[in-house]
Design a binder for this molecule. Sequence first.
Ligand SMILES: Cc1cc2nc3c(=O)[nH]c(=O)nc-3n(C[C@H](O)[C@H](O)[C@H](O)COP(=O)(O)O)c2cc1C
Length: 302
Amino acid sequence: MSDMEKYNKPWDSNLITREYFDSLLVEMRHIDSVIPSTKLELFGETFDTPIMMAALSHLDNVCENGMVEMAKGAHAANAVNWAGMGDEVEIAAITATGARTINIIKPYADNDYIFRRIEHAERCGVMALGMDVDHSFQGNGKYDVVLGEKMKPKSLIELKEFVKSTKLPFIIKGVLSEQDAYKALEAGAKGIVVSHHHGIMNYTVPPLYILPKIAKVINHQIPIFVDCGIVSGMDVFKALALGADAVSAGRVIMEPLRKSGSEGVKDQIIKMTEELAGVMARTCFQDLNHIEPSVICHRNGW
Ligand SMILES: Cc1cc2nc3c(=O)[nH]c(=O)nc-3n(C[C@H](O)[C@H](O)[C@H](O)COP(=O)(O)O)c2cc1C
């Protein structure tokens, strides 16, 4: 990030997040190190990488059948796929690729519609589902409207009902405070995504800044996922070290998707996974479960 960018947009949560990633430094630990495993165990299934697709949507302007191509790429890399807003036909097409998919349903104003979408996602065989609770308001304090669809913030009671309505793990996406982490646990969520939804509000804390505090609240009871601004295996490593169980990558896969479709997505996941393995080898962590925060140092000023 250039000084000019920082100067011109000091409020930009994406720039603040990038700056925070780059403020984190990593010790090296070579003695006794071995070739590391990047295998992820999640909800009883095993994947080759903790790098998952982000819950994206509407990728047809990136490449034809963008969401399906992304799913195929994730499947080919044996990575978890996520899917955001999309109609039932699209979710069915995504899951038909065989990609193990987590479907994030929007906080629609109409709860009956949410229950129907939960049932539909279950029928499609998703591995988990959830809601991006951070997409309920517009910046002017009114309820959000996304592509003509009305949204409404959800109460703890409503979230408990969504969780109760499904046998699948229900994940709350858009947790960026200890307060919401406590509430997610109380709601019965089976996972959270620490995220500011690529800068939905200005001046948000970077996910990795708040992550250690959230991890303390969650205390290994449910998996913690992180997204926003992850572009390299080193970024992934820092997130895992500070308390994430896995991460999602969104915008970084869009250019490879545009250029080479599912192959591009697969290659990008593999490239970042190899970078992660490289850092794990040089920090003496044999697998994901051993990575811990003492390896991270903070530059002055943070
Ligand atoms: C084109 C696009 C569409 C997205 N659609 C959704 C969505 O439907 N549901 C959702 O929860 N998040 C959605 N997101 C947010 C991502 O899941 C993710 O939180 C965000 O992009 C941060 O990750 P990144 O910096 O790796 O892109 C979308 C992001 C992008 C770029």
